[in-house]
Design a protein. Structure first.
Length: 269
């Protein structure tokens, strides 16, 4: 059985994660851990215990109301779900829950960077992806199942673990979507040499390789995904495409403006 964590802030955008889960991950093989967190706002030091108790009660009430909504609109998910109201830093609490419950992956709704709340939500998603050792799906408000046409995998030319390949192959089969490998090639970069080996890793599934020539990874990414309806897949590891994107504030902001589902797969090394 697969265990899926779905964090929520009770917003309409958070429901996009449930849309995605109900489209692709429902049935007796899945269980869902629906969680929210609360913590003392910055600078809140007076009457600490009383404030924490108020925040806990408010979070529990909101979670109860939210679960009633899930019961009504996503009954298959509700039937196999457990809810958690957790005190503490968002990323740390989700990470602890993932380890305690041996979760397989996270599905999280995200928003673009067009306001303070949206910036915070986007930062939560980015921080979660950086800190977790399990895959994270980030689902934007614009997500619609009918628009998905392919899996766009950002390939850096390095070897992939069997676990990563298996996960992507599983998505391709389960979502009935072709795999397109996408490589950003800068002026100083050598062309990909191991194309045949990658085809073998994917069991010779029908995959295509696309290259974008650009000065930066961000520019190459934008040029390729401008008109695509795809799930963007990135590998998170040192010196990876994702690592480069997240090192600078402007890069993080650019990721938050993507209006397509994104999956980040962690790899060591």
């Amino acid at each position: 059985m697969k265990t899926i964590i779905i964090p929520t802030d009770f917003s309409k955008n958070a429901l996009k994660a449930f849309d995605f889960a109900s489209d692709f991950f429902t049935g007796s093989d899945y269980q869902y851990l629906i969680c929210t967190t609360y913590t003392i706002p910055s600078g809140g030091t007076s009457s600490l215990f009383s404030l924490l108790e108020q925040l806990r009660l408010q979070a529990e009430e909101e979670m109860n109301q939210f679960m009633e909504l899930i019961k009504k609109d996503y009954p298959l998910i509700y039937q196999s779900s457990k809810s958690f109201v957790l005190q503490g830093w968002f990323t740390g609490q989700v990470n602890a829950l993932a380890q305690e419950e041996m979760a397989d992956f996270v599905i999280m709704g995200t928003k673009g960077a067009s306001g303070m709340k949206e910036v915070l939500l986007g930062s939560h998603a980015a921080d979660l992806i950086n800190d977790l050792s399990i895959p994270v799906f980030a689902i934007p408000f614009e997500y619609e199942k009918s628009k998905l046409k392919s899996i766009l995998f950002s390939y850096d030319g390095n070897s992939l673990t069997d676990k990563t390949v298996s996960f992507i192959n599983g998505l391709s089969k389960g979502f009935d979507l072709p795999i397109n490998l996408f490589h950003v090639r800068r002026k100083a970069d050598a062309p990909i040499q191991n194309w045949g080996a990658i085809e073998d890793q994917f069991n010779n599934r029908h995959i295509s390789l696309y290259e974008a020539f650009a000065d930066t990874y961000e520019e190459g990414l934008k040029s390729k995904i401008a008109d695509l309806n795809a799930i963007l897949v990135l590998v998170s590891r040192k010196k990876s495409f994702w690592d480069r994107l997240m090192k600078r504030g402007q890069s993080k902001k650019a990721i938050m403006h993507l209006h397509m589902p994104m999956l980040v797969l962690p790899e060591k090394g």
